[in-house]
Each structure stands twice: as structure tokens, then as C-alpha cells.
Design a protein around this ligand. Structure first.
Ligand code: AR6
Length: 175
């Protein structure tokens, strides 16, 4: 099979929605916990939609460290893959900015190595882990833009925000 290298950099979209309802995306990113179990927020929505097979597949991959990304299949989700990232807990995992940057970069590089063409992210660490939203948005957007030029397969990156106010902040930060 010939490998057709992308001729353009990936497109970045910023949208309101539910990360577990992105049927046109190959890989969605989970704002996971270290044990890769179900939880509140994004992890709860993803594990509920995927079904119990996801936790089972996650078990041998856990625990993960802040900034790390691991990949599983999507089970009952409309997506082929789930990339699980552990964001920093704001105020205790340090340096929080570098760890959050690692999440976005590691997730994108892992997706690219797997030949994945589209990736959707939630605002990692900006919920239960307490990262101030605007700062989290700056790190997310800057890291995605910095990583984009080196990606060979990922052609679409989507940020999925859960509320109108979060969407506005991400749009402002992206300019
Ligand atoms: N789709 C998109 N965004 C969402 C959704 C959804 N369905 N649900 C919440 N958000 P969080 P964290 C937003 O707490 O801060 C879990 O319990 C939410 O408004 O899911 O990384 C895990 O088990 C916020 O802006 O992730 C971990 O223990 C952002 O997604 C812990 O929470 C992230 O919120 C991880 O905390």
C-alpha cells in the first residue's frame, strides 16, 4: 500500500459539544484518571458510551502518569480509538503547564504514529482537576499549533467544549 503523505497542515476546529458524540472523528481523547477507570465528567461520558469492555481493555495499561497518553479501541463508541490522557491536578502536579502540554503533544504524536486522521480533545484538566480554563485553553491551543507541522497523518484536530462560556474562552484564545 502506498503511504500518501499529507500535503497540508492539519485543520484546528473549536466546537461546542459532547466528546462522546463525535461520530466523524477517528480518535477521541479521554480526560482520564491514573487508573483509567470510569469517573465523572469526560471519563464518565466516554466509559458509559463505550461500555464495560473499555475498562477491561484499560486495566493492563494502568496506572499512567500526568502527561502520559495511551490508546485503546473505542468499543461501543462511534470512534475507532480512545486516547487516554492524564492531565495534571492543578496545584499539586508540577510543573502543571509542562504536564498539560505533554498531554496534548503525546496524544497527537501517538495518534499520528497509529495513522489516525482525526482527533477530538476535551479541555483536559479544566474540570475536576481544577486548571483555570483560560490558562488551560492557552496551553491546549499553543501545543496543538506547535505540534501540527510535524504530523504526517492527522488532518483534523477538534477541541470540543461542553459549555457556551468555555467555547467563547477557547475561541478568544485561538484568536
Ligand atoms: N464532553 C466534553 N467536555 C466535557 C464533558 C463531555 N461529555 N463532560 C465534561 N466536560 P473533567 P479533568 C468538560 O472533570 O479536569 C474524572 O472524574 C468539563 O466541563 O472531565 O481532567 C476523571 O475520572 C471540563 O471543562 O476532566 C478524573 O479523575 C473538561 O471537560 C478527573 O475527572 C474536563 O473536565 C479528570 O479531571
Amino acid at each position: 500500500m502506498t503511504n500518501i503523505k499529507k500535503s497540508q497542515e492539519p485543520r484546528l476546529e473549536i466546537k461546542k459539544g459532547d466528546i462522546a458524540s463525535q461520530p466523524d472523528i477517528n480518535a477521541i481523547v479521554n480526560a482520564a484518571n491514573a487508573r483509567l477507570m470510569t469517573g465523572g465528567g469526560v471519563a464518565g461520558a466516554i466509559h458509559r458510551a463505550a461500555g464495560p469492555g473499555l475498562e477491561k481493555e484499560c486495566r493492563p495499561l494502568a496506572p499512567i502518569s500526568p502527561g502520559e497518553a495511551v490508546i485503546t479501541t473505542g468499543h461501543n463508541l462511534p470512534n475507532k480509538y480512545v486516547i487516554h490522557c492524564l492531565g495534571p491536578v492543578y496545584g499539586s502536579d508540577k510543573p502543571a503547564d509542562k504536564l498539560l502540554e505533554n498531554c496534548y503533544r503525546n496524544a497527537l504524536e501517538l495518534a499520528d504514529r497509529k495513522g489516525i486522521e482525526s482527533v477530538a480533545f476535551p479541555a483536559i484538566s479544566a474540570g475536576a482537576f481544577g486548571y483555570p480554563l483560560r490558562e488551560a485553553a492557552q496551553i491546549a491551543i499553543n501545543t496543538i499549533r506547535k505540534t501540527m507541522p510535524s504530523l504526517e497523518n492527522v488532518g483534523l484536530i477538534r477541541m470540543v467544549l461542553f459549555s457556551d462560556s468555555d467555547l467563547e474562552v477557547f475561541k478568544e484564545v485561538a484568536g
